[in-house]
Ligand binder design. Structure first.
Ligand code: FES
Length: 119
């Protein structure tokens, strides 16, 4: 059974922004885009820089160093120089005490060979 950890409230991550958190001692970028809240490894697969410092564009995040964009849904790189996907994490939004909280799975979603996350 998937375990979740509470990392923030939605108010702390306005649409179009990201927030770096630690999940099981791994850096994770929590990203709020027009299509919802997503969680993706905070480490770019190209050179291990922080993706949460990049720009949120539609439902992607762009690495600030060399410009690769990563899908927030799958973690797949959408352009060079990165060629390796980054892990994604399941997100649950939980209303509690008048606020919406962001809970993140403690383990990444397994990645399938065709680039789509497996449930
Ligand atoms: S370090 Fe992210 S694309 Fe190069």
């Amino acid at each position: 059974m998937t375990e979740f950890v509470r990392v923030a409230t939605v108010d702390q991550v306005p649409v179009g922004t990201s927030l770096k958190v630690l999940v099981s001692n791994r850096p994770v970028a929590v990203v709020n885009c027009d299509e919802g809240v997503f969680a993706i490894s905070d480490l770019c697969s190209h050179a291990d820089v922080s993706l949460s410092e990049g720009e949120v564009i539609d439902c992607t995040i762009e690495c600030w160093l060399h410009g690769s964009q990563f899908s927030l849904r799958t973690g797949a790189p959408l352009g060079p120089p990165a060629i390796t996907p980054v892990p994604t994490y399941e997100v649950r939004l939980v209303d509690d005490g008048g606020q919406t909280h962001i809970d993140i799975a403690t383990e990444p979603t397994p990645f399938s060979p065709d680039g789509r996350p497996q449930s």
